[in-house]
Design a protein around this ligand. Structure first.
Ligand code: UT7
Length: 332
């Protein structure tokens, strides 16, 4: 096997300006700041406002920032993969819309749909393309406009989700950094607990489905919570065992930000102290595919070349997994 690996060499994000606070949600549904904070850890989330703006708007902003930051010309990009659960359209892909907006013309683009695990699924997929030696520059985007599929009369879901986007640049390296290992699983039987009831080919949109509010996220929170706690721990344990990593070898856990209690439980099972766990759910809520790049961006200035990171996620499907990344660059 060659020692060619895919390294994250740059990253950028986009967060909409509008801040939806717990106090504002208190006026919309029967909830309160204390319940939301204690049960989820969320204080506020960002919401994309503006007529005609979809997920690709945020994804393109993140990609444009990434190209500028990494000094990369759009025509150098070979492939762009977008992980999203809220595509602009059923087709074409949101990846194509983002690439078009960013002037990426010498590439192919497609979406990955794995709900909240989409970003790590896409990262794992992209790393395989790099490891073949055939592709040199790949962008992986995680972006979601969750506010477009949230029922703001349903207190069980509207308090959790937010909008955002992040993008990473993957390039080949032989210096023993980059994506070292990945462990992924799915269980299609989990679909009943977390899905959108209508709007797809099984139940196309009708007046009735809209009136019944079936185009919004349906989540059995407590069931998903239980599976998320198990799945995140399972994935992280596999990655630690496969790579002989002890808690003291791990510099950072980069968990999907769905609920602070899920994150705390995962860290606890891994034997990690709080200071090794990336956390920004308080600012953004659950942005689905954007949570992990948003975390990496917030902590980028603290990451050093050679740091051992474990990225982990759990989401609808069910889907879950973890990726071991050896960080490839020092703060600039
Ligand atoms: O992103 C990937 C997939 N998603 C997740 O990983 C999310 C996993 N699930 C969760 O994070 C949690 O289940 C939630 C935050 C969604 C809910 O927290 P919970 O502690 O599991 O609450 P629950 O659904 O068991 O509800 C407990 C109580 C219920 O009242 P009763 O029946 O005990 O009287 C709910 O009606 O809390 C009530 N409740 C609320 N109360 C105030 C539910 N939502 C709210 C709310 N404010 N927003």
């Amino acid at each position: 096997m060659s020692n060619l690996r895919a390294a994250i060499t740059s990253l950028a994000t986009y967060s909409p300006d509008y801040v939806l606070t717990n106090a504002e949600l208190e006026k919309m549904v029967d909830t309160n700041d204390q319940w939301i904070l204690e049960r989820t850890g969320i204080q506020e989330r960002r919401i994309l406002k503006g007529e005609g703006l979809g997920t690709s708007y945020m994804g393109a902003k993140a990609v444009q920032a990434l190209l500028e930051k990494s000094n990369t010309r759009p025509e150098e990009i070979d492939l762009l993969i977008c992980a999203t659960a809220t595509p602009d359209f059923v087709f074409p892909s949101t990846a194509s819309l983002i690439a078009n907006e960013a002037g990426i013309k010498n590439a192919f683009h497609y979406d990955v749909m794995a709900a909240c695990s989409g970003f790590i699924y896409a990262l794992h997929t992209a790393s395989q393309f790099i490891e073949t030696g055939k592709y040199k520059k790949i962008i992986v985007v995680g972006a979601d406009k969750m506010s477009s599929i949230i029922d703001y009369t349903d207190r069980a879901t509207c308090i959790i989700f937010g909008d955002g986007a992040g993008a990473v640049l993957l390039e080949p390296t032989t210096d023993n950094t980059g994506i070292m290992d990945a462990w992924m699983r799915s269980d299609g039987a989990g679909w009943v607990h977390l899905h959108q009831k209508a709007g797809g080919s099984r139940r196309p949109p009708t007046l009735e489905t809209v009136q019944n509010r079936e185009h919004y996220v349906y989540q059995e929170g407590a069931v998903v919570f239980k599976h998320a706690v198990q799945g995140m721990a399972e994935a992280c344990t596999h990655i630690m065992n496969n790579n002989n990593l002890k808690a003291e070898d791990i510099n950072w856990l980069v968990p999907h930000q769905a609920n602070k209690r899920i994150i705390d439980s995962t860290a606890h099972k891994m034997g990690l102290p709080d200071e090794k766990v990336m956390l920004n759910i308080q600012k953004y809520g659950n942005t689905t595919n954007a949570t992990i790049p948003l975390c990496l961006k917030d902590y980028e200035s603290q990451l050093k070349k050679g740091d051992n990171l474990i990225l982990a996620a759990f989401g609808g499907g069910f889907t879950w997994g973890a990726i071991y990344v050896k960080w490839a660059y020092n703060p600039q």
